[in-house]
Design a protein around this ligand. Structure first.
Ligand SMILES: [Fe+2]
Length: 454
């Protein structure tokens, strides 16, 4: 019989090998899902750029494996990569201020065949590293605690959402729905607009280092904020609500818009959300695979500029990031929850997330997911804009595995979004996750609700 210390050693060895196999399974599942998403796009659209402010589709098929190699194999394990040219070409995405600032792209992209071959070689290298190398060694800040491994896994999950909203901009004849794709649920009329009162209290933002298995640098450190009492919409602003704003001529009322928002509105001739299309005088929804009626009960997807103008028109405002936390995770007793409904992990009865649908579902579809104050859909269906400028929390430190992840965006021009969308992976629904975009970026699955102070 092995000695006690030998038993303990065997136990840690077993745990390590289970961890390794779990990481490989997650990596493989990610790659499979990414491939399925690329299969949606017709080959002729491969080098097109569905959103002017982002790279063409081809970039992302190279970016995902190249990022994993750059982060885990090169930076983490200190070994050479697979193809230095690809690992520079596909290193990082873009976020220009407007169309005139879009950086140049190469005269010709590598062939799809070459990119796919690179992806396969990268997958082999990553899987081999996960199985055999000391990928969590504590004396290396990039690897310590599995940092680089988690970074590449969540990076791919986040980009799957990028892919989905890019695909949303493609013409319908350049996409094919996977077999068995769920049909859109249009629902009936939207629920009546209603607010609830959230009393003054504490909101805990961020997370403590070491207390969650992984977080991006901007999630640290944990800190409490005292939030004064406010009233908040029980439901996200719906297409029906927002149609009133459009019909009231608010896209012509400069007084409702910020200076930057008005410039964007006029320079781009924006007359309604980009998820809407005008057909023979009628407003319709630009669905993922077909044009649909404008479902009144779906959350409206808009830019921060549009959300802010709507809120001003309703004589209200967008919630701050602490107010969102208080609405989502606070309780009358003062205790705070991990999720709006409690501490049980997300499941499909609580919210619409993790690619369950290709378009949103009606607001209020998940009573079991409501917060302690009876506020619906705080997680999933659509991210929620806040009035908080994206900035570091006290105690912020750039993450060793990806030091420029957040720092490049602390420029006062990006706004925090919370909550997650229909295309947000389950692990990214953790409380401390923060997302951010420029105020004039209208392509994301982002909705909002309004608040009023007492
Ligand atoms: Fe990326």
């Amino acid at each position: 019989m092995p000695s006690t210390s030998k038993m303990a050693q065997l136990k840690t060895d077993l745990e390590r090998s289970l961890d390794r196999r779990a990481s490989v399974a997650r990596y493989r599942a990610n790659r499979r899902h990414t491939r399925e998403l690329f299969d949606v796009v017709a080959p002729e659209a491969y080098e097109t750029r569905p959103i002017e402010l982002r790279n063409p589709i081809v970039f992302y098929e190279g970016h995902l494996p190249a990022f994993s190699v750059n982060t885990l194999v090169k930076k983490g394990l200190g070994r050479p990569g697979i193809d230095p040219r690809f690992e520079v070409l596909f290193e990082r995405g873009i976020d220009p201020e407007d169309e005139s600032a879009v950086p140049g792209t190469p005269a010709g992209w590598p062939s799809r065949e070459a990119i796919r071959a690179y992806g396969r070689a990268a997958d082999d290298a990553i899987v081999a590293a996960l199985l055999n190398d000391d990928v969590a060694r504590e004396d290396n800040p990039v690897l310590s605690g599995g940092l680089a491994v988690e970074t590449i896994l969540e990076h791919e999950r986040m980009h799957q959402e990028t892919l989905l909203y890019l695909w949303h901009r493609l013409p319908h004849d350049q996409k094919r729905a996977p077999t068995g794709a769920p049909r859109p649920v249009l629902g009936g009329d939207a629920p009546a607009r209603r607010r609830v009162r959230v009393p003054a209290g504490r909101a805990t933002l961020g997370a403590k280092r070491g207390e969650i298995p992984f977080g991006w640098d901007n999630e640290f450190q944990e800190h409490a904020v005292l939030v004064p009492e406010f009233q908040i919409d029980v439901h996200d602003v719906t297409n029906r609500d927002y149609l009133e704003f459009v019909r009231a001529g608010c896209y012509d009322r400069e007084d409702l818009w910020s200076e930057e928002g008005w410039r964007w509105r006029t320079e781009h001739g924006v007359r309604h959300p980009v998820f809407w299309e005008r057909r023979n005088g009628e407003l319709r929804w630009r669905g993922m695979f077909e044009e649909l009626p404008l479902a009144p009960a779906w959350p409206v997807f808009v830019s921060h500029a549009e959300a802010s103008a709507y809120a001003r028109w309703r004589d209200s405002r967008l919630p701050t990031e602490p107010e969102f936390h208080r609405a989502a995770y606070g309780t009358p007793s003062g205790a705070e929850r991990a999720f709006p409904w409690g501490d049980e992990p997300p499941d499909p009865s609580r919210a619409n997330f993790d690619f369950a649908t290709w378009d949103p579902v009606p607001v209020g579809s998940f009573p079991a997911g409501a917060s302690a104050w009876g506020i619906h859909d705080l997680l999933g269906n659509g991210w929620e804009w806040t009035s908080t400028v994206f900035a570091p929390f006290p105690g912020f430190e750039p993450m060793p595995s990806y030091p420029v992840y957040s720092t490049d965006f602390f420029d006062g021009k990006h706004w925090v979004m919370k909550g997650g969308s229909l295309a947000t992976g389950k692990e990214l629904l953790r409380r401390s996750v923060r997302n951010w975009f420029r105020g004039n970026y209208p392509y994301v699955y982002a909705t909002f609700r309004t608040v009023k102070s007492e």
